[in-house]
Design a protein around this ligand. Structure first.
Ligand SMILES: [Zn+2]
Ligand SMILES: [Zn+2]
Length: 156
């Protein structure tokens, strides 16, 4: 989805978000600089900033010297673009952080600091893929165990 040029209201705190141009990536993100510090990514933008090696110094510069108020992270939030209720999903295989995702437009909202946590989870794309593969293997094992349990029930 292309960048939206209207100002979006932060899905977490309602404050109008600011546009931050990430020069290295060549696109604009919406950041709640006057409120909670949360970040809105349009569909597919996230994959260009989620690695530690990807330069987001423009975002760090925008954040510099600001303090942000806390928001309730568990509450349901509406997409700032489509105004549909978003779904909470884990941002990576490690499942350390939950982000709000809009299934209609593919946009994602990160609370303050969550992007930083995501970026520091893996040293490289290879590590990330290896981890996802490991989890997939574990869930196959899980299925085998569950199947066994179900058959036990059949016998009783
Ligand atoms: Zn906010
Ligand atoms: Zn949406």
């Amino acid at each position: 989805m292309a960048d939206t040029y209207e100002f979006l209201n932060c899905p977490a705190c309602g404050t109008p978000m600011k546009k931050v141009f990430l020069e290295k990536q060549g696109f604009i993100i919406d950041v709640c600089l006057d409120g909670c510090g949360g970040i809105w990514f349009d569909n597919r933008e996230l994959s260009k900033v989620d690695e530690k090696t990807e330069d987001i110094s423009d975002l760090s510069a925008a954040y510099a010297g600001k303090t942000f108020h806390r928001v309730e992270r568990e509450q349901d939030r509406d997409c700032p673009v489509c105004h549909k209720k978003m779904v909470k999903n884990c941002a990576s295989a490690k499942q350390e952080i939950t982000v709000d995702e809009c299934y209609q437009c593919g946009g994602k909202f990160f609370d303050y600091n969550e992007l930083e946590i995501l970026r520091n989870q893996y040293d490289s794309d290879e590590d990330r893929i290896a981890d996802i593969k490991k989890i997939a293997k574990d869930s196959v094992k899980m299925e085998v165990i569950l199947n066994k349990l179900m058959h036990k029930d059949d016998m009783i």
